[in-house]
Every structure is written in structure tokens, then in C-alpha cells.
Design a protein around this ligand. Structure first.
Ligand code: HEM
Length: 398
């Protein structure tokens, strides 16, 4: 029997949208024989994100934890302290501390630094044939995230290698070999960050590491385990997503040249275009939830105890929410993108990620009179939760 949705199917990585359409049209509240529900309509995805009694604590599911090395493995010991994987007061305790860094004013203050770094990378990139991912889309958010956290930028390549492996923890298609590598990467990252924490204890700096070391929540300090786990998570959250937003966005514009020209002639449209791009080709395609209580949808009831997979990419192209959802329209209004999630786990870095992406697209369109896609075959990264290109080969003309 062919599954209606199989995360291991290579087509889910290369072009999931026909699969999503079939799901929405034939079985929008789909029970998968893999043991979870799969939701593809905008209203249903939105409803589950906001419903009470919905949990992100996957490590509580024995099968989930065992598949990743067990509850006490380095990987799961870290992941079960990530704010992303916590519910209720335990989640609010960490989110409350970290949210101080992501105020609107703080993001605005970072803008000139982001623009300067983007311009430095663009100067180095020059013109002719380049790989946008390697030259700009990846190094920019890696550097910005390192600086925000307070991790030395000299070691950013190594940090990126560790966290790239670890980021697959939420990927439903991981293999035992991946898990062994992820556990090794976690152990190495942990000892690296522990050294940085010791330095912050003796001399505080203006960075997230110092904020976390000195944070006091109702008279209780965060433990080293909590701090290291959340530094790791923030490193992943800060760049794995932004690289995909820039790469998927540029690709979408190259495939819709009239839209690209519209942005070139009217850069004021770029911030709105970023929302449209996240609707059109979401950087995070899938998040999952465990239901502690039943959730009542318009035409179905999901039982307590169920595991639910929410397809953001499918929700973004739901025709009952968006007119002509398969078209990219940078002037579209009324977008309620779910690409940054919703409810208690709404992305804390959404404004920062959008700002970084807007800076990159704006600078690219401003600098180059013509941008062409080169090469025939696009290679997508081996991660179905995070949708992004391995490489985006371009030819740039001034
Ligand atoms: C630019 C593209 C980005 C996208 C598409 C994105 C997407 C998401 C999504 C979907 C979630 C929630 C997952 C869930 O509900 O289970 C999330 C959470 C989060 N993101 Fe982002 N993100 C982006 C950039 C960033 C950046 C730049 C940062 C920080 C430097 C960041 C920090 C966070 C944090 C801290 C959370 C956890 C919130 C919580 O659990 O309460 N994100 N992000």
C-alpha cells in the first residue's frame, strides 16, 4: 500500500506541494499507518497550535526518545531542556528570560550590523558564478547568531557542523547512523559551550550567554545543563531557518521573474514579500505535537494521546485561506503565515529572521542588474522538517 504521506519519500524533499494538495483534497485529517495524524488545512494547523492541552514534550514519548538514543543519551538529555520542547511553566521560565533579547527595538538596533556583514560577504562574493547558500545565505545568519549568543565567530564553521547534525533531531526520517552522529556532535558542542560559560562567570559581556548565566527566575538560577541546551537550540533556531528563507526566497523569485522585477523596482515591497515567501515555501515545513487532551476540529475530533504532524507548507497553500495559493504574489495582503508557528511557541526570532532575509534580498536586487539560476538539478537538504537547498548556483551580473 502506498502511504498518502511518507516523510521518507524523496519527493517530500524535492517538491512536497503535489503531495500536500492530494492530502488536502482527499484526506485533510489523515490517519497515517506510521501512527500519527497528518493535518494539511490552514484552519486545522492553526487550531492545534493554539489549542489547550497540546504538548511539545516529545521526549515523553518512549518510542521518540528511544529512536534518538534514549532519555539519558547526550542528545535527548539536551533536547528535553530546549524551550521548544517544554510546556507550561517550565517553558515560560526559559522563554521569559530569552525573550528579553528579541524585542522590536533590539532587532532594529541589530539592523546596521546585519547590513554591514551582508555587504562584507557580498563584496567578497563579487560577480559571475557563485553559490548563494555558501557565500551569503548561510554565513550571514551563522555570524549573526554567534554574535548574539556571544560564541566566538572564529569557531563558527565548527559550531555550524555540530548543530547541523543535531538539528535533525525533529526530523521524522532520521536513521540510527544519524542518531550516533547527533549524539557525538552534542557532546562536543556541550564541552565547547561549557568553556565559554566559565569565561562569562568571571567577566560578563553584552550577549545571551551572559544573560543566561546571570538570569534569576523568581530567585532560582538556570542550571548549566539548561543554559547549554538552550544555547544549542538558539544556535540551530537562529540560522538553520534563516538560510532556508533566503535560499527558498531567491529561488521562488527566480522562478517568478515578474515578481523579482517588481521588488527590484519597488524595494519597499520587500518586507511584505518575505511573508509571502514563507507562505509559498516555508523554511520549516513540519512541526509535531502530542495531545494531552482531545482537540475538536471543524469536522473531526483528534483523541487525547494522539501524535499530530502539522504541515506548514500545506497550510500555506490552502485555497480556502488564500486565493490562487500556488502563485507567488509579492503584493499579496492579508497573509497570516504559520511559518513561524503560533500559540505559546511562536518563533521568538521571527522579526530578526525576516529582517536578515529582507537585508539580503534587498542588497542582492540592488547590486546586480541580472541574476540567473545555473545548473539543472537542485539538491535539497536531507531534512524534511527544515526545507532548504544544499546549494543555489547563480550567475550574477552587475
Ligand atoms: C527566519 C526564519 C525563521 C523561521 C521560519 C522560524 C521558524 C520557527 C518555528 C516554526 C518555530 C516554532 C516551532 C514549534 O512551534 O514547534 C520557531 C521557534 C523558535 N524560533 Fe524561529 N524561525 C526563524 C528564525 C529564528 C531566528 C533568527 C531565531 C533566533 C535567533 C529564532 C528563534 C526561535 C526560538 C527561540 C523559538 C522557540 C520559541 C518557543 O519554544 O517558545 N528563530 N521558529
Amino acid at each position: 500500500m502506498t502511504a498518502l504521506f511518507d516523510p521518507r519519500d524523496p519527493a517530500v524533499r524535492t517538491d512536497p506541494y503535489p503531495i500536500y494538495r492530494r492530502l488536502r483534497e482527499t484526506d485533510p485529517v489523515h490517519w497515517s499507518h506510521f501512527g500519527y495524524w497528518v493535518l494539511s488545512r490552514h484552519a486545522d494547523v492553526d487550531a492545534v497550535l493554539r489549542a489547550p492541552g497540546v504538548s511539545s514534550e516529545f521526549y515523553r514519548n518512549e518510542v521518540w526518545a528511544e529512536r534518538r538514543g534514549g532519555l539519558d543519551s547526550p542528545l535527548v538529555s539536551s533536547v528535553r531542556r530546549w524551550m521548544l520542547m517544554l510546556d507550561g511553566p517550565a517553558h515560560r521560565r526559559i522563554r521569559g528570560v530569552i525573550s528579553k533579547v528579541f524585542t522590536r527595538g533590539a532587532v532594529e538596533r541589530l539592523q546596521p550590523r546585519v547590513a554591514a556583514e551582508a555587504n562584507r560577504l557580498l563584496d567578497a562574493m563579487g560577480e559571475g558564478e557563485i553559490d548563494l547558500i555558501d557565500s551569503l545565505a548561510l554565513p550571514l545568519p551563522v555570524t549573526v547568531t554567534c554574535e548574539l549568543l556571544g560564541l566566538p565567530t572564529d569557531n563558527r564553521v565548527q559550531c555550524r557542523q555540530w548543530t547541523e547534525q543535531i538539528s535533525r533531531v525533529i526530523d521524522p526520517s532520521i536513521t540510527p547512523d544519524d542518531v550516533a552522529e547527533m549524539n557525538r556532535a552534542e557532546t562536543e558542542f556541550r564541552s565547547y559551550v561549557a568553556g565559554e560559560l566559565d569565561r562569562r562567570r568571571s567577566a560578563s559581556q553584552d550577549d545571551i550567554l551572559s544573560l543566561l548565566v546571570h538570569a534569576d527566575v523568581d530567585g532560582v538560577r538556570l542550571t548549566d545543563e539548561e543554559i547549554i541546551a538552550n544555547v544549542l537550540f538558539l544556535f540551530v533556531a537562529g540560522h538553520e531557518t534563516t538560510v532556508n528563507l533566503v535560499g527558498n526566497g531567491m529561488l521562488a523569485l527566480l522562478r517568478h521573474p515578474a515578481q523579482l522585477e517588481l521588488l527590484r523596482s519597488n524595494p519597499a515591497l520587500i518586507p511584505g514579500a518575505i511573508d509571502e515567501i514563507t507562505r509559498f515555501d516555508a523554511p520549516v515545513q513540519i512541526v509535531s505535537r502530542l495531545l494531552d487532551e482531545e482537540v475538536v476540529l471543524d469536522d473531526a475530533v483528534l483523541p487525547a494521546g494522539a501524535k499530530v504532524m502539522l504541515l506548514f507548507g500545506a497550510a500555506g497553500r490552502d485555497p480556502s485561506r488564500y486565493a490562487e495559493p500556488e502563485s507567488l504574489d509579492v503584493t499579496r495582503t492579508g497573509i497570516k503565515t504559520l511559518a513561524f508557528s503560533g500559540g505559546p511557541h511562536y518563533c521568538l526570532g521571527a522579526a530578526l529572521g525576516k529582517m536578515e532575509s529582507a537585508v539580503v534580498l534587498g542588497e542582492l536586487l540592488g547590486r546586480y542588474s541580472k541574476i540567473e539560476l545555473t545548473g539543472d538539478e537542485l539538491v535539497w537538504r536531507p531534512n524534511v522538517s527544515f526545507r532548504g537547498l544544499e546549494r543555489l548556483p547563480l550567475r550574477l551580473f552587475r
